[in-house]
Design a protein around this ligand. Structure first.
Ligand SMILES: [Fe+2]
Length: 358
């Protein structure tokens, strides 16, 4: 069976779309654009589903320092043959920004694999706004981001569901963590952007609907975003956290403002992992506060800082990607990091944390 055959909307997917149509935000989104793309995906016939996370490609068209970035994206797609790709931002890093965006996303667009992005803090720093960039991204074949919704902060906030025969088994929430903000009285201090209240309410509404359609049981969910949430710093310092694997070669750089999203995740009890990019010299998995805090592996070239090799900082820098594998009917999931050249690291089987619904 061809990949696109089993990725088409199935009967269970139709049920999922029915649930999604109950979300006012998503309903508005459907009415805003005529191009409605399927956002509900199915497991392969063997019951598996593989998600490839790319991050921080920082691509610049025509710049040879970006060669490694483009070759990395191509190699990861070819080696893993994923069922879904999520790029967690800082996709580009210079002018011509629109051409850069199209070129680095071309391997995804040509792959026939559905894909989506969360924009990074650098993407809209080279002429085009976040909205303009998302228009370009949405026009590329295979993109399943949802169009912007009036009243919902950010661009590209999206919900992707993974369904089995009995309905939705997993939900992937994609959040736009923005660029940076200038705080009154603190103009001299850089502050990364933060998740806004409208995004938290958008997530909460969706989470409640999915849980309601599942007999009151939260759906296993993962949140993808570019900038990590502030609580990751507490997790690194906590004696109650467990560092499971990976490189921790720089301090995390979240927003200085606490959005409250982590607290909402805890209250809803469905998000089991927060997957980010942003800090290029981190690719670790931290178990803290009933949630896995997971960095992707830097997928870029040499247009920006990056120092990770095979083990920690190294003269021989290697780009790569993180992979997630889900199995139909199973609450745990697998993750690993693939490096260019075929090296596999950090093979983990992560059990679903205990549910905490308030
Ligand atoms: Fe970056």
């Amino acid at each position: 069976m061809k990949r696109r055959d089993f990725l088409k909307v199935s009967a269970s997917a139709v049920a999922a779309m029915s649930v999604m149509s109950e979300f006012p935000a998503l309903a508005a989104c459907k009415g805003k654009k005529s191009k409605l793309k399927p956002r509900d995906l199915s497991f392969r016939p063997d019951g598996k589903f593989k998600l490839l996370q790319l991050t921080d490609t920082h691509y610049i068209s025509g710049d040879p320092r970006s060669d490694r970035s483009l070759s990395c994206v191509r190699e990861m797609l070819e080696a893993e043959k994923p069922d879904l790709v999520i790029h967690t931002g800082d996709i580009i890093f210079g002018k011509p920004d629109r051409q850069s965006m199209i070129e680095i996303l071309a391997p995804l667009a040509e792959s026939g694999i559905p894909w989506a992005v969360t924009l990074g803090n650098h993407d809209a720093q080279f002429g085009s706004t976040r909205a303009e960039l998302m228009e370009i991204i949405l026009a590329q074949p295979g993109c399943i981001n949802q169009p912007s919704v009036s009243g919902l902060a950010g661009e590209g906030n999206s919900i992707i569901t993974l369904s089995g025969p009995s309905g939705v088994e997993r939900v992937f929430y994609l959040f736009d963590t923005g660029d940076s903000v200038v705080l009154k009285g603190e103009e001299a201090r850089k502050c990364y952007d933060y998740i806004r209240t409208s995004q938290i309410l958008w997530y909460k509404e969706a989470s409640e609907k999915f849980r309601g359609a599942n007999g009151g049981v939260p759906i296993h969910s993962i949140a993808f975003m570019h900038i990590p949430l502030r609580e990751i710093k507490s997790g690194l310092e906590s004696k109650h956290s467990s560092f499971l694997a990976g490189n921790n070669c720089e301090q995390p750089c979240p927003s200085r403002l606490n959005s409250g999203l982590y607290a909402q995740f805890r209250e809803m009890g469905d998000v089991e992992a927060i997957v980010t990019g942003h800090d290029h010299d981190c690719d670790y998995v931290l178990d803290y506060g009933q949630i896995y805090w997971i960095y992707g592996r830097y997928s870029g070239g040499d247009t920006v800082y990056n120092h990770l090799g095979i083990e920690g900082k190294s003269e021989e820098k290697l780009s790569g990607a993180r992979v997630f594998e889900f199995a139909r009917g199973e609450s745990s999931f697998r993750t690993w990091v693939r490096l260019q050249g075929g090296i596999i690291q950090q093979e983990l089987l992560l059990a679903a944390p205990p549910r905490e619904v308030r």
